[in-house]
Design a protein. Structure first.
Length: 204
């Protein structure tokens, strides 16, 4: 059925929908989806960024307990960066008509980065280093937040490219073009963690 084998219908499709291609389906959806609804979806994703960040943080903590240091430099950044942009990525892949502007995707990704950074800081400064000196607190709420938001923004650019290409060509979204941007976000995050761990080992 069309080019979308994983499409799930709430009810049996009409005969004209069975014969219609993806481009026709997308056109109909775009016409039927109001701008207000796209902003509602964007707002819901932003609100969900906090609870979703909790899931990502718990997953990362579990992996850190099981595998230790390699998680912080290798697997941790991958888990975090994927979790932070997972919601807008799924929307773009499955329901691209639910976004109307590139800024909506960027806002969702940045919200994921901010939510994760705030949650991570709360965990670190309350559980791991409750008596942290002021300089550590400042670094956590500046550099760490910038890294999280910046990496989410990098990944978001890749998602925007997928979304823009799908709407311009009226084809099913292909996630391939987003992968280099997501990989760049993971690498930047991993490098930051590696530098931080190295400096800490020298007492900085």
């Amino acid at each position: 059925m069309w080019e979308e084998p994983a499409e799930v219908f709430p009810q049996l499709p009409r005969p004209d929908e069975l014969s219609a291609g993806y481009a026709q389906w997308l056109d109909r959806r775009l016409r039927a989806t109001s701008t207000a609804r796209t902003w509602l979806i964007t707002s819901l994703i932003v609100l969900a960024a906090g609870p979703w960040a909790i899931c990502g943080a718990l997953l990362q903590e579990l992996c850190t307990i099981l595998w230790g240091l390699p998680v912080l430099v290798l697997f941790g950044p991958a888990i975090e960066e994927i979790m932070k942009v997972a919601l807008p990525l799924v929307i773009v892949e499955k329901r691209p008509h639910l976004f109307r502007f590139t800024g909506q995707i960027i806002v969702c990704c940045v919200a994921g980065g901010l939510a994760f950074a705030a949650l991570e800081n709360a965990i670190y400064l309350s559980a791991y280093i409750p008596d942290a000196p002021r300089t550590v607190v400042v670094v956590r709420w500046t550099a760490c937040v910038l890294v999280h938001v910046g990496c989410s923004l990098l990944a978001g650019i890749g998602i925007v490219r997928v979304w823009s290409a799908a709407l311009a060509r009226r084809v099913r979204p292909q996630l391939g073009p987003a992968m280099p941007w997501l990989a760049a976000a993971i690498v930047v995050h991993g490098l930051y963690n590696g530098v931080a761990i190295t400096l800490e080992s020298f007492g900085r």
